[in-house]
Design a protein around this ligand. Structure first.
Ligand SMILES: [Cu+2]
Length: 162
């Protein structure tokens, strides 16, 4: 009797662990990351954001975070044409809280600039290419392998333990 009780407990624990494992794998796949523009430099004059952007990978689900003193700068999400001459155009989306979060919702190019004074002309501008969530990096294929492994383990447990 005692043995069967222990075995029941072990089965439940194993199932619970497998379920927790599966859940965490799934959540890792869906979560995007916060990308602080300029890293520790934040959003300011005297920093090369074009060069900065070229070192980063942006994908759907990520969020750009612009940190700056409210009132000293702003963030304008503009068209490619407006970007070229540092204008905002009529369809610009404006942010000015000083802690602006810009979710990257669709794949494609996005252009950002600061429209205060001559800040844009002086380097507060950059372009990014947002990649689809699936193809942004090699990691998802690893996650898929881990996911498949978990499914196999779960199937195995269903056959032998339940
Ligand atoms: Cu500025």
């Amino acid at each position: 009797m005692a043995i069967s009780r222990i075995s029941m407990g072990a089965k439940r624990l194993t199932l619970l662990l497998a379920f927790a494992c599966l859940t965490s794998l799934l959540s890792v796949r869906v979560e995007g990351k916060d990308i602080v523009v300029g890293d520790e430099n934040n959003w300011k004059l005297g920093f090369n954001y074009t060069a900065w952007a070229e070192t980063k990978t942006f994908k759907v689900g990520d969020t750009l975070v612009f940190n700056y003193g409210k009132g000293s700068h702003n963030v304008q999400s503009v068209s490619g044409a407006a970007f070229k001459d540092c204008s905002t155009g009529s369809d610009a989306v404006s942010f000015e809280s000083g802690e602006d979060r810009v979710p990257l919702k669709t794949a494609g190019n996005m252009w950002f600039l600061c429209s205060v004074g001559k800040h844009c002309q002086n380097g507060m501008k950059f372009k990014i290419t947002v990649l689809p969530a699936e193809t942004a990096q090699a990691a998802p294929s690893m996650s898929l392998a881990a996911f498949a492994f978990t499914v196999v383990i779960l199937a195995w447990m269903a056959v032998f333990l339940l």
